[in-house]
Design a protein around this ligand. Sequence first.
Ligand SMILES: Nc1ncnc2c1ncn2[C@@H]1O[C@H](COP(=O)(O)OP(=O)(O)OP(=O)(O)O)[C@@H](O)[C@H]1O
Ligand SMILES: [Mg+2]
Length: 240
Amino acid sequence: MSHANEQAVAVRGLKRAYGQRTVINSLDLTIQRGEFVALLGESGCGKTTLLRALAGLDAVDAGHIDGPARPAVVFQEHRLLPWDPLWRNVALGISGSDVRARAEAALAEVGLADRADDWPRNLSGGQAQRVALARALVQEPRLLLLDEPFAALDALTRIRMQGLVKQLVAHHRPGVLLVTHDVDEAITLADRALVMRNGAIAAQYSVSAAARQHRSHPDAIALRDTLLAELGVANEALAA
Ligand SMILES: Nc1ncnc2c1ncn2[C@@H]1O[C@H](COP(=O)(O)OP(=O)(O)OP(=O)(O)O)[C@@H](O)[C@H]1O
Ligand SMILES: [Mg+2]
């Protein structure tokens, strides 16, 4: 891969507080280009705050972020502009003479080639998220930030979306930071799974290729148990 060993982003000593409450504290994180990183952590632990800081959407109180000025971001809700047709939504953030063609190519990549002139209101939730993905990838980002992009989708659509993201990321090779609450999603997609706690990355685990490919592989089963324990979910609670 031509982008291997290039950094997508490097974060050092990041701190972010809301009033008296420190949400991110001395956080360090490096993601390489082409690397897929999943970020897990209890609700309210600061995952979205971290993503917004990396996206340049929020100020930080201390620390340093060495990364692209405008990384691509996909949120849980699609955030498409209702008054623009799909191709224009995808074309947001790119410029040049061939904008429409590039937007159409990106829509084709997410299986919506024939919907370029359609409107956001006519899309299903999964289709709208696919447009949001096309809008993110048309920029050929060095860093792709995904904040629970499949959380609002039904189980089957979610599995299809995971497959699509895997394929698109393999093709475009950005560094990816995916926030998810779903341990299995993290294992299926990521090279590395991080656990955020007390404002920092408290633990990280590499995901073996075997674990990624087979849910029932011993590596996958062991990692699932480890991550659930890290998240404070005991096996007994799941079995009950
Ligand atoms: N704009 C804000 N003003 C004040 N506090 C905030 C603000 N945004 C987030 N917080 C607080 O910061 C903490 C972290 O919030 P954040 O949204 O980053 O959590 P999260 O890990 O993404 O949670 P979830 O998994 O539920 O999405 C929470 O305690 C939240 O209340
Ligand atoms: Mg969040």
